[in-house]
Design a protein around this ligand. Structure first.
Ligand SMILES: *[C@@H]1O[C@H](CO)[C@@H](O)[C@H](O)[C@H]1NC(C)=O
Ligand SMILES: *[C@@H]1O[C@H](CO)[C@@H](O)[C@H](O)[C@H]1NC(C)=O
Length: 141
């Protein structure tokens, strides 16, 4: 009896778990440009300030496997295409890789294998992005 109740409770908690990476992050991209990311339960926004945000609508995620899949909204170069974003923590810092940004649909985006962070430039030939918690403060030009 007790153990059945326990299993059911665990299942419900797991099923309703929120996206694990909700938050605001920034990284220094070049001397006067900041890479900034804002994640909610439904959106992954990233920007290279002062350029505007690129928004990806999140349609599914897996906190255990540490990835999400979503559709790009109004991107100039990949409008309505699909992205897969994988994440890890490196010395406590949120670190991510958008392994694909121009898949034709959700299934294709999801099918990309998780890149291995231990391998240099495993994010499609580029390094993963390591972020600091909090939004960027723009410097005077
Ligand atoms: C993106 O998400 C917003 C709100 O979550 C929704 O209103 C909008 O229709 C979505 N856009 C697409 C193209 O799915
Ligand atoms: C998704 O896109 C791929 C690549 O273009 C295509 O082969 C596949 O049929 C598409 N799947 C669906 C469900 O539309």
């Amino acid at each position: 009896m007790l153990s059945t109740a326990f299993i059911l409770t665990s299942f419900v908690l797991t099923a309703s778990a929120k996206l694990a990476i909700i938050g605001e992050y920034h990284g220094e991209y070049s001397p006067c440009s900041f890479h900034q990311v804002v994640v909610t339960e439904t959106e992954f926004r990233d920007a290279y300030l002062p350029n505007p945000d690129s928004v990806t609508n999140i349609t599914q995620y897996d906190n255990d496997e540490k990835y999400l899949v979503g559709q790009n909204i109004d991107w100039e170069y990949a409008k309505d295409k699909w992205s897969r974003i994988d994440w890890e923590y490196v010395e406590g810092k949120f670190t991510y890789c958008r392994i694909v940004y121009n898949a034709d649909n959700e299934t294709e985006a999801k099918s990309f294998a998780k890149p291995k962070i231990a391998i240099k430039n495993s994010c499609g030939g580029f390094p993963w992005s390591t972020m600091t918690s909090g939004l960027a403060t723009l410097r005077a030009p």
